[in-house]
Design a binder for this molecule. Structure first.
Ligand SMILES: *[C@@H]1O[C@H](CO)[C@@H](O)[C@H](O)[C@H]1NC(C)=O
Ligand SMILES: *[C@@H]1O[C@H](CO)[C@@H](O)[C@H](O)[C@H]1NC(C)=O
Ligand SMILES: *[C@@H]1O[C@H](CO)[C@@H](O)[C@H](O)[C@H]1NC(C)=O
Ligand SMILES: *[C@@H]1O[C@H](CO)[C@@H](O)[C@H](O)[C@H]1NC(C)=O
Ligand SMILES: *[C@@H]1O[C@H](CO)[C@@H](O)[C@H](O)[C@H]1NC(C)=O
Length: 447
């Protein structure tokens, strides 16, 4: 009798255990589903790798830089061409929403491009194109207007997640074409600020990977924590170890997307700093860097007080490249109202490395335009890229420790199969020509 009773008890216990297990599994899978997002039927197997790439720049009218019409497409034209392609969706991330300048009466021409772009975004819905925006701005008037015109907007509370900001700036159109660069949805990006980025067409493989970064932000909508379980649909497809092999204007290349901060890198996603390391380490002869700010410091809040620390991750790899590998390094930094005073100390320290060394070359120049009292960003070189003899990195962050540690951003790494000058004109030549133009201009001055 007691034996039967015991067996019965065991059965019940096992049954209960199985139930628990089932519920747990269901929970895990449902959470995975919740964190997913559809990918429109494009998969890694049938996505397109035969891409076209165009360098897009905004050069303010009052900067006299000789611009080569063949390699240079104005940023506003690039944005409009991208929107021309849109049939289903436009996914957009920008740190700033300020396309409609308020001083339009005094300077009608400067704000025009921004307004035009805003009108274009407003009208997407009436053309059957869905506009999706991820943003960390809680009260933007422009986002409210866009939402009223059926744009879908997801708020990412970066304050709660990393105490940083969503500084990413990219567009994805129909999961096929995309833009990455320094410009954001500020009217200055289309008029007064010097911006640089790339537009890539017919490239659903890379667009798919960038879309996964977008999905990551999308799923953080109104959450104040980063989940520990992520759907497969936000993990990275490509990275340093398994870069995508593709054709860019019929030239063989490899590419991948990197992100920051580290907390925003789900499985297999390469961190921005690791991407920068890889690009510098694989350079053979030169590394040219153009950024608004260079500052190897990170400022973090710690128990209510802010603590500033030395952030060596990029500084050390530059030092190694210059001293131990004899690479020629050029650093073009902006000199403007917000240049941190310690920038000069860190830069001088870098330059002094070459003292008494043969074949050692590290040059620094500061890009500056005459001061405008009304707008400190007038004529600002807002570029954020690096070009080497075989690769390029275009990112959203300045090379400042705090940016990489706290703010969300993305980077694009492209490595050419053939070195510079070996074959035809590639995006590398275009980017290097843009760098040389700025470096030799009278706006770039040594210390
Ligand atoms: C790619 O493959 C998926 C599944 O194998 C399929 O559903 C989809 O229609 C395909 N897409 C294209 C563009 O061929
Ligand atoms: C974002 O999170 C912070 C900290 O958790 C909170 O104080 C703030 O109200 C949140 N912001 C919004 C707009 O929800
Ligand atoms: C993209 O591919 C389509 C179809 O192959 C082609 O018609 C179109 O011109 C391409 N777009 C660009 C910008 O190369
Ligand atoms: C130094 O530079 C010269 C000329 O560019 C070159 O011939 C030489 O091999 C270099 N030496 C080293 C140690 O790299
Ligand atoms: C790639 O092709 C497009 C379209 O033909 C052209 O506008 C662009 O300048 C080319 N890019 C490069 C880097 O040659």
């Amino acid at each position: 009798m007691s034996l039967i009773f015991q067996t019965q008890q065991k059965c019940i216990a096992i049954f209960a255990l199985l139930c628990c297990f089932g519920v747990l599994l269901a929970l895990i899978f449902s959470s995975v589903d919740i964190w997913g997002d559809d990918e429109d039927g494009i998969t890694e197997e049938n996505c397109s790798k035969n891409c076209r790439i165009v360098l897009v720049e905004n050069i303010p009218d009052d900067l006299s830089l000789s611009v080569d019409g063949r390699s240079h497409v104005p940023l506003s034209a690039g944005f409009h061409t991208l929107l021309d392609q849109a049939k289903h969706s436009v996914e957009l991330v920008s740190p700033v929403w300020n396309l409609n300048s308020w001083d339009l009466e005094t300077m009608p021409s400067t704000g025009q491009q921004g307004q035009l772009l805003f009108q274009r975004l407003l009208s997407l819905n009436s053309h059957g194109v869905k506009l999706k925006i991820a943003s960390s701005l809680p009260n933007s008037a422009e986002l409210k207007t866009l939402a009223a015109h059926n744009a879908e907007i997801h708020f990412v509370n970066m304050t709660a997640l990393t105490r940083g900001g969503l500084r990413s700036s990219f567009w994805i159109v129909d999961r096929k074409h995309f833009y990455i660069g320094s410009a954001d949805m500020d009217w200055r990006s289309l008029s007064r600020r010097k911006e640089l980025g790339v537009v890539v067409y017919n490239c659903s493989c890379l667009a798919l990977d960038l879309h996964r970064v977008f999905s990551f932000y999308w799923q953080l909508h109104e959450r104040d924590y980063i989940p520990s379980i992520w759907s497969k649909r936000v993990t990275a497809l490509y990275g340093t170890q398994n870069a995508l092999e593709l054709q860019l204007n019929a030239t063989k290349a490899t590419a991948y997307v990197s992100t920051s901060p580290e907390l925003f890198c789900p499985k297999d996603r390469t961190r921005d700093v690791d991407a920068i390391h890889q690009v510098i380490q694989s350079a053979k002869t030169f590394v040219f860097i153009s950024v608004t700010d260079y500052l190897p410091l990170v400022k973090r809040g710690f128990r209510g007080v802010s603590v500033t620390r030395y952030w060596s991750l990029i500084d050390e790899v530059i030092r190694e490249a210059v001293v131990l590998r004899g690479l020629k390094v050029r650093l073009l930094i902006s000199f403007w109202k917000k240049t941190h005073p310690l920038t000069f100390n860190f830069v001088t320290s870098l330059r002094s490395l070459c003292m008494q060394l043969h074949n050692c070359s590290l040059e620094v120049r500061f890009f500056s335009h005459r001061d405008h009292q009304d707008d400190i960003q007038h004529g600002l070189n807002h570029n954020k890229y690096m070009v080497t003899d075989n690769a390029l990195y275009i990112g959203n962050h300045d090379w400042v420790g705090s940016d990489f540690a706290l703010n969300a951003g993305v980077g694009l790494v492209i490595t050419m199969k053939n070195n510079l000058n070996d074959r035809g004109v590639t995006i590398l030549e275009h980017l290097k020509a843009a760098f040389d133009r700025d470096w030799r201009s009278h706006y770039a001055k040594s210390l």
